[in-house]
Design a binder for this molecule. Structure first.
Ligand code: GSH
Length: 239
């Protein structure tokens, strides 16, 4: 399903295809977590943890099942030798920020997003606690981006692709109702700069739409089995 964790992987697959790695051609099957598909035996076989995303790499002699979005991104980046330096300090920085994202997002999604937008009762203490943490994370990103073009330095990497669906979607007001206003996301100017820059990348835009079953109709591609599937999407109307 095209939640931020799912979008990280489809953005990377679209970026790989856009940069000429035809071996990254993929089938994106919808697992609706609202319908409980993640608990079905077929999915559990691939991911015993029952969370999306999960990937089966069928390119070798044996299929390789992979769970956890960060591990999937690392697997693909290493397999294609793209968006992750092979060695050296920049590789270490990319891995640091990828791990930062994996450790931080549960506080943003499961913490702030849950209590602010989804919880059936509004608990002020919980909202304040996680809003403070969400703002702290936005500030960490903003300070890092004040002196780096991309999150891990001078090159676009899997760390940017992991961060964008979460913090980019928040900065653009696409998730958690009016949380962008509540958290004053416009104040994080360096983060806003990167968010706008990545938003304009066609591959990011395509990856963002895959397996979406919520939001505006022109942003929803229920399943993606071929690049031409994007042609079926209705055009966005200017707002
Ligand atoms: N650390 C995991 C988190 C995955 C995760 O939390 N997935 C959510 C959707 S974003 C999910 O599948 N939730 C369904 C459930 O908890 O039953 C990853 O990054 O892959």
């Amino acid at each position: 399903m095209g939640t931020p964790n799912g979008q990280k992987v489809t953005i990377l697959l679209e970026e790989l295809l856009a940069s000429g790695h035809s071996g990254a051609e993929y089938d994106a099957w919808l697992i609706s977590i609202m319908e409980g598909d993640q608990f079905g035996s077929g999915f559990v076989e691939v991911n015993p943890n029952s969370k999306i995303p999960a990937l089966v790499d069928r390119s070798g002699s044996e299929p390789i099942p992979i769970l956890e979005s960060g591990a999937i991104m690392l697997h693909l980046a290493e397999k294609f030798g793209a968006f992750l330096p092979a060695s050296g300090p920049e590789r270490t920085r990319v891995l640091s920020w990828l791990m930062w994202q994996m450790g931080s997002a549960p506080f943003l999604g499961g913490g702030f997003g849950h209590f602010y937008a989804y919880a059936p009762v509004k608990i002020e203490y919980a909202i304040n606690r996680y809003a403070m943490e969400a703002k702290r994370q936005l500030d960490v990103l903003n300070r890092q981006l004040a002196h780096n073009e991309f999150i891990a330095g001078n090159h676009y990497s899997i760390a940017d692709m992991a961060i964008w669906p979460w913090y980019g979607s928040l900065a653009l007001g696409r998730i958690y109702d009016d949380a962008n206003i509540f958290l004053s996301v416009h104040e994080y100017e360096h983060l806003q700069r990167l968010v706008q820059q990545l938003r304009e990348r066609p591959a990011v835009d395509r990856g963002f739409k895959v397996n979406r079953i919520y939001g505006p109709e022109h942003e929803q591609l229920r399943e993606r089995h071929d690049a031409s599937d994007f042609e079926r999407l209705p055009q966005a109307t200017a707002s």
